[in-house]
Design a protein around this ligand. Structure first.
Ligand SMILES: *Cc1c(COP(=O)(O)O)cnc(C)c1O
Length: 368
């Protein structure tokens, strides 16, 4: 039996009539950009995230970048980012013209190590960008306390964490603003690209609505040099159908993650640690091994698909060669990138599929 890393077909098959109806609704309306579906999705998603506002945009990277623009973060400014994240977090800072300043993670949680942030703050620092990596919330109280002490903004990269809770509160409203991605494989995924910004700040929200739409509030009147970054009606209509099911899917992900954690404890593979205050949504289930490549090969041989999130740390990418951060400059991130492996997890994964992966992992771990 072959088990892919991710299979979205079961999800979409199970909700086919709702998705077809959403498509028909948009076709029938002949309204494709910034119409009713986007407006309704924005209010439903804001309610879901327990925030005052949600603003639909073209993708997750734009969500993060537009917030930094709206905060007037630009050339000469620094933004603190995790040293281990998907490169989009860093690129959002670079797009704004500012400089990403990496801070190492807590190796237990893979999220920003709050005790290391203060040393990275300079007079140029404008914001801290925690990432809720793999669907697990970062330690936001510690981050917000530091930000308040130094007069910094906090922008959550929540692209992997739709619905996750920190001390009972949903991510998305824990800082000044948050960016979400609706890339198809994310916990809430469109049938194409999409993204959203959430915030409780009325002024920031109003500016973002203008910035995403050519800097225009009233058609052909441009207050700002804006961008074209809009969530489209069709994706919003699909997302509305999926949002109704998201909590149930996250429950299924948690059940699968709990089974993995229980079954792989003591197998020799490092399993994710969950702090007492975290309610993760398991976008990814990531194990750790110093023999990661051999593990991936052994699982592939047993028909199990895996992916590495991520094989190369942002500071070691050619795209950031100008930072001159050589091997060993950010050792915690580098070790993580050398050792992590993501196992298959999706809400509709069957018990047979899950048990097959677990047996393959145990079997593979003993052969390492
Ligand atoms: C997916 C992702 C993004 C970017 O989202 P896109 O919609 O692909 O632009 C940003 N940050 C993180 C952590 C992500 O996983």
């Amino acid at each position: 039996m072959n088990i892919p890393f991710l299979d979205l077909s079961a999800m979409h098959d199970s909700m086919r009539p709702a998705l077809d109806a959403a498509y028909q609704r948009v076709m029938g309306s002949s309204s494709f950009i910034l119409g009713k579906e986007v407006e309704l999705f924005e209010s439903e998603f804001a309610q879901y995230c327990e925030t005052r506002h949600a603003i639909g945009v073209a993708n997750g990277l734009d969500a993060l970048f537009l917030v930094l623009k709206a905060m007037d973060v630009g050339p000469g400014d620094e933004v603190i980012v995790p040293s281990n994240t998907y490169i989009a977090t860093w690129l959002a800072v670079s797009y704004a013209g500012a400089t990403p300043v990496p801070v190492e993670p807590d190796p237990q949680t893979f999220n920003l190590d709050v005790s290391r942030i203060e040393a990275a703050i300079t007079p140029r620092t404008r914001a801290i960008m925690p990432v809720h990596l793999y669907g697990q919330p970062a330690d936001m109280d510690g981050i917000n306390a530091l930000a308040a002490r130094h007069g910094l903004k906090v922008l959550e990269d929540a692209a992997q964490a739709h619905g996750a809770r920190y001390k009972g509160r949903r991510v998305g409203g824990l800082g000044d603003a948050a960016g979400f991605s609706f890339y198809p494989g994310k916990n809430l995924g469109a049938l194409g690209d999409g993204g959203a910004i959430t915030t409780n700040d009325d002024v920031l929200a109003a500016k973002l609505r203008v910035l995403r739409n050519y800097g225009s509030e009233r058609k052909y009147h441009n207050e700002l040099k804006g961008f074209n970054s809009r969530l489209d009606e069709l994706q919003a209509a699909f997302l509305r159908e999926k949002l109704r099911l998201l909590d149930g899917w996250n429950v299924d992900r948690r059940r699968i993650a709990d089974e993995y954690r229980a079954a792989l404890e003591g197998s020799g593979l490092g399993v994710p640690h969950v702090p007492s205050w975290a309610e993760p949504v398991w976008h990814l289930f990531v194990v750790r091994s110093t023999r990661r490549d051999a593990l991936a090969a052994a699982l592939a041989q047993r028909g199990v698909g895996t992916v590495i999130h991520y094989p190369v740390a942002p500071h070691r990418q050619p795209a950031y060669a100008e930072m001159n951060l050589g091997v060993g400059s950010l050792p915690v991130a580098e070790a993580i990138h050398d050792e992590v492996l993501s196992l298959p997890i999706w809400p509709q994964m069957t018990a047979l599929q899950l048990n097959t992966v677990i047996s393959a992992c145990r079997d593979a771990a003993t052969s390492l």
